[in-house]
Design a protein around this ligand. Structure first.
Ligand code: ADP
Length: 332
């Protein structure tokens, strides 16, 4: 059904730690939705596209950096985040009202002047606590938790903080340590109730730097779980396998898609392997057959990280299912 522009926005929450790939994930989502990659600007600035608006919820900090430190708190503490304001603003946007969103400036550590944000067809809220309680989670149409177990944090975050920000490994370790307990207490519990959980673990067959990635999909949500009709073996240099199975996630029935290892990095073999996987996927929301393979090839061409392993594949599947939901709910 085609709805008018006054239909409520579709709201998505993505719970993800800093430096854990939110920008890359958002780029995949926007690419699949047919929007420009590169539109996403992290922190301090709310990027707005024709149909989608991304809000980094670091903006809802209660105190500036000095105030937070003076209290001995970290950004992972609930009390440092104005979740009442977030809740009120989610509800206003859902009703089609514009908001004045606070702005936290990561460079100065101060709070800047609030900025006006209009409701948009798709609104994405990413950061540490997008669905820290039931009322927040209910205000969202889809909740996604990116789960990087504590043992993987250093490996994963080093890509940004050591390689791009030139931190020393000691600085990174200290930073992970700084937020560890608040993270476990206030951020991690969100994964129990999320609709989708993406788990990144070391490869079972090969260990790091190769990954075993799971996409855990609640069976009774808005999101239609994707599964495989059979196990698929990959024959490249980092031989891998994909399978799907039913499981239980904190008491809820889930469908799990799991990929250990990598697709072949040689273009022609890559295409064949992704195509084989695509042919065995059940319930994928494609617009035309072969679309997943084409999207993965396109992402590889523009250099999005993670195209060889389950991170890129499953982020793309999430994006395609989300587009399916969105087409269903919103005007073409
Ligand atoms: P954030 O927005 O959380 O800072 P980015 O998407 O910018 O995260 O990613 C942080 C770092 O991790 C970048 O160096 C990026 O290239 C790398 N990265 C992100 N996603 C993946 C992935 N799926 N596989 C491999 N590396 C990734």
């Amino acid at each position: 059904a085609v709805k008018g522009w006054d239909s409520p926005p579709m709201m998505i929450g993505i719970a993800v730690d800093g430096g854990c790939g939110a920008t890359t994930f958002l780029n995949r989502l926007l690419l699949v939705l047919g929007m420009d990659v590169g539109m996403v600007v992290t922190a301090d600035h709310t990027p707005v596209g024709d149909l989608a608006t991304v809000v980094n919820i670091d903006d809802y900090r209660v105190n500036d950096r000095a105030g937070c430190e003076a209290l001995g708190h970290t950004e992972a503490d609930l009390t440092e985040n104005d979740l009442d304001l977030l809740r009120a603003q989610l509800s206003a946007l859902k009703q089609g009202k514009a908001i004045y969103k606070p702005v936290y400036n990561h460079i100065t550590g101060l709070k800047d002047i609030p900025e006006r944000v209009e409701p948009n067809a798709l609104m994405i809220f990413e950061g540490l606590h997008p669905f820290a309680d039931e009322s927040l989670r209910r205000a969202l149409d889809l909740s996604i938790y990116i789960d990087i177990p504590a043992t993987m944090k250093f490996f994963w975050k080093a890509r940004r903080d050591v390689e791009e920000r030139f931190w020393t490994t000691e600085q990174l370790k200290a930073d992970i340590e700084r937020t560890k307990s608040a993270f476990a207490q206030f951020v991690e519990p969100q994964k129990r109730n999320a609709d989708l959980i993406l788990v990144y673990e070391p490869s079972e067959a090969r260990g790091l730097p190769y990954l075993n990635v799971k996409l855990i999909q609640k069976k009774h949500g808005a999101f239609t779980p994707v599964s495989l009709t059979k196990e698929v073996l990959l024959a490249g240099p980092v031989a891998g396998r994909l399978r799907s199975y039913d499981d239980d996630w904190f008491g809820s029935p889930v469908t799990v898609l799991e990929m250990d290892g990598e697709f072949d990095h040689v273009d022609i073999d890559y295409d064949d392997e992704v195509r084989e996987v695509e042919e065995h996927l059940l319930n994928l929301a494609f617009q035309w057959p072969g679309q997943l393979t084409e999207i993965m090839k396109q992402q590889r061409k523009i250099g999005l990280p993670g195209c060889l392993d389950g991170t890129g594949l499953f982020q793309t599947i999430i994006a395609m299912q989300t587009r399916g939901l969105y087409d269903h709910e919103l005007p073409a």
